[in-house]
Design a protein around this ligand. Structure first.
Ligand code: KIV
Length: 285
């Protein structure tokens, strides 16, 4: 699983199962904030989990660049490429036709000039995702505004932005001191001004997340940012407990996914060894 920071009013909404008819659109994000209806988002990287998630009540799916770690076994998100992101995003769209899907712009894709950035946005959007997500603000607010003006919804991402983990000296909570907190707040304002429709806040103190959430009119979606953001996002494999040893403070395990899969596969192996599988009823005559 991906490495995360190690340190540090529940609101509810009526149950509304998601189908193509009532799937979110970009404008709904602001409405959900105004109505104080929290937004739920999980990562999704492949067709089969997309098919499962398409039938859940989660509001939106994120094809995060964390797929470099979770799906490809790299030790950071730096190894994600536009091609990788587009391949996974297309599979997720095929599996989850009814969900609002956000695709991550990978490492340096905003930093190699406008042409490269726009080609990357095009490659992602043409997979069928609804929006892209961009890490950071410094030095790219104008480009972010240009993408928005081109008709592409952009979700911002501030705090512990994993593509900058080397610069941060590791996966550390960001915004703990006044200087850092001020810079994150300033970036949040600039991303809103650039036209972002939502903002992910990752591993920041909850007081800072709350301040940003109160000040911005666009919704904030937190991961390790406390309970006061307008929504929450988790990496699917992390919340499913695929790695029970990975338990940063902010993560809640909603299942023992690893245990479940191991026991099912072990039972199949045992049944194969003992001859209990397949039965006659599971065979063709
Ligand atoms: O890539 C990712 O998984 C993310 C998160 C916000 C979880 O960016």
């Amino acid at each position: 699983m991906r490495a995360f920071c190690t340190a540090s009013g529940s609101r509810s909404r009526p149950h509304a199962p998601h189908t193509r008819e009532n799937a979110l659109n970009t404008l709904d994000f602001a409405r959900r904030k105004a109505a104080r209806e929290p937004i739920s988002m999980v990562t999704c990287y492949d067709f089969w989990s997309a098919e499962v998630l398409n039938r859940t009540d989660v509001d939106c799916l994120l094809v995060g660049d964390s797929l470099a770690m979770v799906m490809h076994g790299f030790d950071s998100t730096v190894q994600a490429t536009v091609e990788m992101m587009a391949l996974h995003a297309a599979a997720v769209r095929r599996g989850a036709p009814d969900k609002y899907i956000v695709g991550d712009m990978p490492f340096l894709s905003m930093r190699k000039g406008r042409g490269f950035a726009m080609d990357s946005v095009q490659a992602l959007m043409q997979t069928g995702v609804n929006a892209i997500k961009v890490e950071g603000e410094a030095g790219q607010a104008e480009l972010t505004a240009h993408i928005v003006e081109s008709g592409v919804p952009v979700m911002g991402h501030l705090g512990l932005t994993p593509q900058s983990v080397q610069a941060f000296g590791g996966h550390k909570v960001q915004g703990r001191n006044e200087g850092q907190a001020g810079r994150i707040l300033d970036s949040a304002r600039k991303l809103e001004a650039a036209g972002c429709f939502a903002l992910v806040l990752e591993c920041v103190p909850r007081q800072l997340a709350r301040r940003i959430t109160e000040e911005l009119s666009i919704p904030t979606i937190g991961i390790g940012a406390g309970p006061d953001t307008d929504g929450q996002v988790l990496v699917l494999q992390d919340m499913l407990g695929m790695n029970p040893d990975f338990k940063p403070r902010f993560l809640r395990h909603y299942a023992d996914g690893r245990g479940l899969i191991r026991s099912a596969v072990d039972r199949f192996a045992e049944d194969t060894r003992s001859g209990a599988f397949p039965a006659i009823a599971e065979s063709y005559g």
